[in-house]
Each structure stands twice: as structure tokens, then as C-alpha cells.
Design a protein around this ligand. Structure first.
Ligand code: DAH
Length: 343
């Protein structure tokens, strides 16, 4: 009998069951009146007097071991029940997970196209000084081109600062920061947010996004600019798109051109978005002005470059036929959800 008690003791000590049901079957098997230990107590009555004391002692030890094991199993199972959340893991996942914003979709696509051409991605500050946003880009002091950009000023010169501090009006500031730090060859695109003091309407906003492009090396010519943007337009909008370069003016490029593509809202037939011309402007561009290179300590007799600046809202609008700029920043889920399948 003592041997059986020892075997049961080991069984009790090694019991590994977890959870409510396992605790209950442990109780029934060992601790309950009709359980194995109960049976042994019945048998004990028949054990001869002189052995009874010794057997009774180990049997009592077994009983105590079983009771304390039951207590610890119960405590353990209650604890795990309160920490495991009662969720049905077999339920299907809700399809209502978020998606990328259309401007992010466009930004990623633009980056993808230019990365394949060997362009890096660079970043710069949104709070900028006059030098990087204007002066280094060959905007003369008091030049009307500065007025054109409706700047938000953070701090005026003399106000504890030796130059104006402002919210950048374009991503061209990153061109300067890049050329100051890095010597040619430079081939980079620079996406980011820009700010202008404009009344908010369907066609204008006080903040929007641009992607700046810059390629500086020996023998970079206007043909490289044309071919690069031509390739971009075909990749972005498909082979049927037409593209044209229109002479223009920017202080930081010479010569300068604005780039138009076929209006994708009316397919060139004429509508209010393209002002009935069949063309929509998507970017400004040109050959980097020698003064800009000089301002960044790059010798314009050795190096040339092209640059462009593209509006991400505009590129997105043509891609997805969005006719109101305000939709981008109103966070209306009915608008945002339409881009779910493209994410
Ligand atoms: N910075 C110009 C703007 O915001 C866009 C632009 C035009 C950028 C010509 C360029 C460029 O890099 O070469 O209107």
C-alpha cells in the first residue's frame, strides 16, 4: 500500500493540466470523497494496528499534497482567465483597415519612377531661412518674384535673426541644402510640404506638396531634362499622354520651361480644369542658373544641371480625376476610402 501511495504522490506532484476542466478532473480523481485518496483511507481501516500509524502518516501527507496542488492549480487557472481576453480568434478580420492617402500613393509612385533612373530621395526643413528659400536661388532682394510666392514669415530680419525666417514656399530650398553639402554628380528628388499665404478654394490652398528634382554633373543638357520628364509622364499616365515644354521664367533656372501634359479630365477636348486649352501644367523646370551653382560653391564652367518642381496635388488630380484641392485635407473617409484598392 505504501508503494501505491508513493506512486500517487509523484502523480500529484507532476500533474501538468491547465484550465478549468483540468482542475476539475484533478479534484475528482484525487481530492473528492470518492477519489483515489478517499479509497485509500477506506483501505487504511483494514490495515493491522502496528502498521496503521506509519501508513496513515504518508497517506495524510499525500492528502495534504493533493489539496495544496488543487489550490495552486485553481489560483493559476483563475489568473490566466482574467488576463486572456475573451475574443473569438476564428472571426474574420474586418475589411475596414486603413489605406494610403492619394497624395502618398502619388508620392510613392513618383519616387519609384525616379529611383529607377538613379535618383536618390532627399529631405529638407519646412521652416527655412531667406538664403535657402530665396537668395541662394538667385531671387534678388526686392524682386517681385518674392512677392509672387505669398510667404508666411515666422520671424523678420532684425527680430533676433540676421535674416528672415519663413515657411518654405517651395521645395527648391532642398536643392541648395543638397548642393552645399554634396558635390556633383548629384541626382536627387526631394518631396515635401510647402506653404503659401493663399485663400483656400478648390484651386488653391495654404499648404500643398511638391517634388523637386535636381541633376548636376558634367555635360548635363536640356535634352536630358526633356527626356527625363517625358519618360516620367509616360510612366505616370501611360503611353498615350502628350507632353509639351513652354518657355517660362524662374530666377533659379536659365532657360526655364513649364511642362504641360494632355488634360486627363477632358482628354484634351477642353474643360474648366484646363481652361478649355486641353493642356494642364504639372511642373516648372529649367537649367540650373550659373549663379545658383556659384552660391553653392560649384563651378558653373565645369558643371551644369537641370531642375524641376512638380505639384503632387496636381499630378494626383490628373491621375484620379479629383477636381477640388480641399478634398485632400478634409479627412472625409468617403473620399479616402476610394483609394483602398490601390494601397
Ligand atoms: N519652385 C518653383 C515653384 O514653386 C517650381 C520650380 C520651377 C522648381 C522650376 C524648379 C524649377 O526646380 O527648375 O513654383
Amino acid at each position: 500500500m505504501e508503494e501505491r501511495i508513493q506512486t500517487l504522490l509523484r502523480e500529484v506532484q507532476d500533474y501538468k493540466g491547465r484550465g478549468k476542466q483540468a482542475v476539475e478532473s484533478f479534484r475528482l480523481k484525487f481530492v473528492s470523497k470518492k477519489g483515489l485518496i478517499g479509497e485509500l483511507f477506506e483501505e487504511l481501516k483494514k490495515v493491522p494496528g502496528e502498521q496503521k500509524k506509519a501508513v496513515g502518516k504518508v497517506l495524510n501527507e499525500l492528502k495534504q499534497a493533493a489539496e495544496s496542488k488543487l489550490a495552486s492549480l485553481t489560483a493559476e487557472s483563475e489568473e490566466s482567465e482574467s488576463t486572456i481576453p475573451q475574443v473569438d480568434l476564428t472571426l474574420p478580420v474586418s475589411p475596414d483597415i486603413g489605406n494610403l492617402h492619394p497624395l502618398s500613393l502619388t508620392r510613392y509612385r513618383i519616387i519609384e519612377i525616379f529611383e529607377r533612373l538613379g535618383f536618390n530621395v532627399a529631405d529638407g526643413p519646412e521652416i527655412e531661412d531667406d538664403w535657402h528659400n530665396f537668395s541662394a536661388l538667385n531671387f534678388p532682394e526686392n524682386h517681385p518674384a518674392r512677392e509672387m510666392q505669398d510667404t508666411f514669415f515666422v520671424k523678420k530680419r532684425g527680430d533676433g535673426s540676421d535674416q528672415d525666417i519663413l515657411l518654405r514656399t517651395h521645395t527648391s530650398n532642398v536643392q541648395i541644402r543638397l548642393m552645399e553639402k554634396q558635390k556633383p554628380p548629384i541626382r536627387a528628388i526631394m518631396p515635401g510640404r510647402v506653404y503659401r499665404n493663399e485663400a483656400i478654394s478648390a484651386r488653391a490652398h495654404c499648404f500643398f506638396h511638391q517634388v523637386e528634382g535636381l541633376y548636376v554633373d558634367r555635360n548635363v543638357g536640356f535634352a536630358d531634362l526633356k527626356q527625363t520628364l517625358y519618360h516620367f509622364a509616360k510612366e505616370m499616365y501611360g503611353k498615350d499622354i502628350d507632353i509639351r515644354f513652354r518657355p517660362s521664367y524662374f530666377p533659379f533656372t536659365e532657360p526655364s520651361a513649364e511642362i504641360d501634359i494632355t488634360c486627363l479630365i477632358c482628354k484634351g477636348a477642353g474643360c474648366n480644369v484646363c481652361k478649355y486649352s486641353g493642356w494642364v501644367e504639372i511642373a516648372g523646370s529649367g537649367m540650373v542658373h550659373p549663379n545658383v551653382l556659384r552660391n553653392c560653391n560649384i563651378d558653373p564652367d565645369e558643371f551644369t544641371g537641370f531642375a524641376f518642381g512638380m505639384g503632387i496635388e496636381r499630378v494626383t488630380m490628373l491621375k484620379y480625376q479629383i477636381n477640388d484641392l480641399r478634398l485632400y485635407s478634409e479627412n472625409d473617409v468617403r473620399f479616402l476610402k476610394q483609394f483602398q484598392s490601390l494601397t
